[in-house]
Write a protein that binds this ligand. Structure first.
Ligand code: FBP
Length: 702
């Protein structure tokens, strides 16, 4: 017997070894056996609908393009009457339901399928669930498989979209709509469930409109780690507080970041810069801040509120308003970060943790302008020339030449003018290349591929060097350490203190700051000569050199990107339960004959006992937005509300978490992702804060 075969057979005969080498870990098996609790209503034999009193602002274009589903209302799922035999028969009839994932993976997706599968089987064991493969392309091209119990069981409570895969295709043309319709008819589907983000739910609305004449229902499910699919009615009532997957991804990133907090505060030599996913909105960064208490977290949405007061005041003397003073530029942002570094350094802290949302560029004045302009130029090129911009100009040089030509045309309303061209050429080359990258199928800018953190930290480094030269970036020295060291070297701390330090005579300062002028050995020598402590021919006392070395900061960064890893993590218990109940909601909406609705769970922010499964009408959520340089009807993304309690809490704790003082850092250790145990949190912290009535009251008083 050859050695490999012998080894294999040996492995299979040894229980202990077979167990540890099994492709499915014990955790995965335990996850497979976990039964997420169901909302009360789903434990009843059947459900029915109750129309809710909610109002939406309706975009006239939505009324025009989605006439058959625009009058849909919010539907609450309530217990159905089992004595209504017709209703029972309708609810329990055999159905064929298609399901598709669309867009980036989001932990919990498999549980949506499991929830749909179990609910359909409970209503009628002959019902079938058809999984479309590789995203909406599977619907367009009729690539599908029937999902068996065995397949579904294998993926319960596990992360990824592995069961049927996903893709970024969209149904954005009459041809694709027609092909999708053909597929649904050919497969004799009763309904199709689209699990996706804002763009995919937009697709769901259009498909619902298209398929209504065939009696095929379409239901959307709010998925995206970005957390930007949130719905409120016109009166501000929250109908969908967050999409599934957000909690797991944020917790996964938070855990990695918290490990860096431990490492960084032990080795005290790096600023760890952590970019976290979230294409535009900074929800993940906000949650990661709450989970970890990192020293500094940038929130893109907050930067819009930045006002350059100096610039504003300068022009106000002439009675003018300089609108350039509003919003932040990349350079200003680098100064804000630098100030935080300097302030911590003052207390001897040469380390720190900075969280940057990947979508931050969207909120930086000049970059946002470039992204919008370049999106339009790239999309226009295709409209006008019929060929792809990137195909026509494969190299950066060719792309830049094309932009230059546009600028030189000097047309009065040209989208790219000489000033744009000049400013664009001042940006580092790798960053220009990033900004010109290919857009995705939705025309979106690929934020996760851009090295934002590198650009920003490059500028921070530059500014810190400037501050160091000016003498305002120094590491504070513990007074006790200074005194001990000098005494040890045979020098009098009291004699040298006032020569070396700005604040030596202020006994309340436990950390003392070297004088601005002393930034090198030469400057130290000059100061000592002027104070008659040495002559030109003497060498500086080694103990004083030691103190100088301690005062000179060495700013070193380590850049990290937390994105795809957390997107593929296993779901938290919250996401296991949420997604499973969403799958049940989708089935129950279908069984109650509605279409053009998004399955949602109301009261997520209040905890499981209060969860209410509902259907939110998709059409009223659509509005006109510029996409690829054209106005399109799409679902609006929800960005961080800077008036929300969660944001205000983070803002009020910023100073504490920065810990630019003599105290220790306030890092918080979030739990690892899991679904068992009493200490697992039951929902994202953002939701807890936003749902807290007492916090709302206190904030109103403040
Ligand atoms: P969805 O909006 O499809 O859920 O995807 C979100 C996301 O994970 C973003 O956070 C990220 O910017 C983007 O996908 C990455 O896209 P890609 O997978 O195409 O690199």
């Amino acid at each position: 017997m050859d050695q490999t075969r012998y080894l294999f057979e040996h492995l299979m005969n040894d229980d202990e070894i077979r167990n540890v080498l099994d492709d499915q870990s014990l955790e995965a098996k335990e996850r497979n056996n976990f039964h997420p609790p169901l909302c009360e209503v789903f434990r009843k034999p059947i459900t029915q609908l109750r129309t809710g009193e909610h109002h939406f602002f309706i975009d006239p274009e939505a009324k025009k393009q989605l006439p058959d589903i625009i009058d849909n209302k919010v539907q609450y799922l309530i217990e159905g009457q089992t004595d209504d035999l017709q209703a029972v028969e309708h609810f329990s009839r055999k159905r064929r339901i298609g399901i598709v994932f669309s867009g980036g993976p989001s932990p919990g997706g498999h549980n949506v399928i499991a929830g749909l599968f179990d609910a359909a089987q409970k209503a009628n064991p002959d019902s079938q669930i058809i999984g479309f493969l590789m995203g909406l392309d599977g619907v367009i091209e009729n690539e599908a498989v029937e999902l068996t119990k065995e397949t579904v069981d294998h993926y319960r409570n596990l992360g990824g979209f592995t069961m049927i895969k996903t893709g970024r295709a969209k149904i954005n043309s009459p041809e694709k709509l027609s092909l999708s319709r053909q597929t649904c008819k050919a497969l004799e589907l009763d309904a199709l469930v689209i699990v996706g983000g804002d763009d995919s739910n937009t697709n769901a609305a259009f498909l619902a409109q298209e398929l209504i004449k065939d009696g095929i229902q379409v239901i959307g499910v709010p998925k995206t780690i970005d957390g930007d699919v949130q719905v409120r009615d016109e009166d501000g009532n929250v109908l969908c507080a967050i999409s599934f997957g957000f909690h797991s991804a944020a917790r996964s990133y938070a855990q990695q970041i918290s490990h860096l907090c431990s490492d960084g505060s032990s080795d005290v030599k790096y600023w760890h810069v952590c970019k976290v996913m979230g294409r535009v909105a900074s929800h993940i960064a906000l949650e990661a801040a709450l989970q970890t208490h990192a020293n500094m977290t940038l929130i893109g949405e907050d930067l819009i509120n930045y006002v350059d007061k100096k610039l504003l005041a300068k022009n106000q003397h002439h009675g003018e308003i300089n609108f350039d003073a509003y919003g932040v530029t990349l350079r200003q942002l680098s100064k804000i970060v630098s100030q935080a570094v300097v302030r911590r350094a003052r207390f001897g802290k040469n380390n720190g943790i900075l969280i940057i949302p990947e979508g931050i560029l969207e909120f930086i004045n000049e970059i946002q302008k470039f992204i919008i302009k370049l999106n339009t130029i790239i999309a226009d090129y295709k409209h006008v020339h019929g060929s792809d911009f990137h195909g026509a100009f494969p190299t950066l040089g060719e792309k830049l030449d094309y932009l230059k030509q546009l600028a030189h045309k000097n047309a009065p309303h040209s989208i790219w003018n000489m000033r744009d061209d000049a400013m664009f050429n001042e940006i580092p080359e790798f960053f220009r290349e990033d900004l010109l990258m290919e857009r995705d199928t939705h025309g979106n800018f690929p934020f996760s591929l851009v090295e934002t953190e590198k650009v920003l930290m490059g500028l921070v480094d530059e500014y810190l060097k400037e501050l160091f030269e000016r003498g305002s970036y120094k590491l504070g020295i513990a007074r006790a350490y200074y005194e001990k060291t000098l005494k040890h070297g045979g020098l009098s701390p009291q004699e040298y203190g006032p020569i070396l330090f700005e604040d030596y005579n202020d006994a309340t300062h436990n950390f003392i700051l070297m004088k601005k002028i002393i930034i090198s050995e030469a400057r130290l020598k000059t100061s000592l000569i002027q104070a008659d402590k040495m002559t030109e021919n003497d060498d500086i006392h080694p103990v004083l050199l030691k103190i100088l070395k301690k005062a000179i900061p060495d700013f070193k960064t380590r850049l990290h990107f937390y994105g795809y890893d957390g997107r593929g993590s296993n779901p938290t218990r919250f996401d296991c339960m949420y997604a499973y109940n969403l799958g049940n909601t989708a089935f129950n909406l279908i069984a109650n004959s509605v279409t053009g609705q998004m399955a949602a769970i109301k009261n997520l922010e209040k905890g499981f006992a209060h969860w209410e499964p509902i259907g939110i009408p998709l059409a009223p959520l659509m509005h006109l937005e510029e996409r690829k340089g054209k106005l399109s009807l799409v679902m609006e993304k929800s960005i961080v509300d800077t008036q929300s309690p969660a944001f205000k809490v983070v803002k009020s704790l910023r100073e504490r978490w920065l810990a630019a003082n003599a105290s220790i850092d306030c890092y918080r250790k979030p739990a690892p992702i899991r679904f068992t145990g009493d200490t697992e949190e039951d929902r994202p912290i953002t939701l807890i804060l936003n749902g807290s009535e007492s916090l709302k009251k206190n904030l109103a008083k403040a």
